[in-house]
Design a protein around this ligand. Sequence first.
Ligand code: RP5
Length: 155
Amino acid sequence: MGSHSDWETLSHAAQTLERLDIPFETRVVSAHRTPDLLFEYAATAEGRGLEVIIAGAGGAAHLPGMCAAKTPLPVLGVPVESRALNGLDSLLSIVQMPAGVPVGTLAIGRAGAVNAALLAASILAGKYPQFKAALQHYRAEQTRRVLEHPNPQEG
Ligand code: RP5
């Protein structure tokens, strides 16, 4: 993520990965405050064994795009909800990649962070049967919760 202030949002990705028992690392790597570190991080990610990168940033959010430019790994972008423009700036910065260097862009904020983790699990599910099983369990659980509590007034 681009800043420690993004953790409030990206922690939801971390919690979801933990729930699925998928190992991960968390790092603050800023495209504009530490550009050299971003290049090094992205360029060495595959060699270090990473398989998917979730890149969350807010404002003029060039982090996911720059990251994708420096790695062949799938990059999932999470637009962080900025104070000034409610994350619309983040979303447009991340989603509008020119053809040739894709960033899989998720929703703004918490939903995007959770879904980035679930999408990462889907990407890896073909290679790791335990991640596929964890995803199936996650979905079955949320289905069960809805079906068992159809009345919102009963909690
Ligand atoms: C971006 O600028 C970060 O991704 C963050 O969302 C935003 C604001 O950063 P801070 O000023 O809170 O560090 O680099």
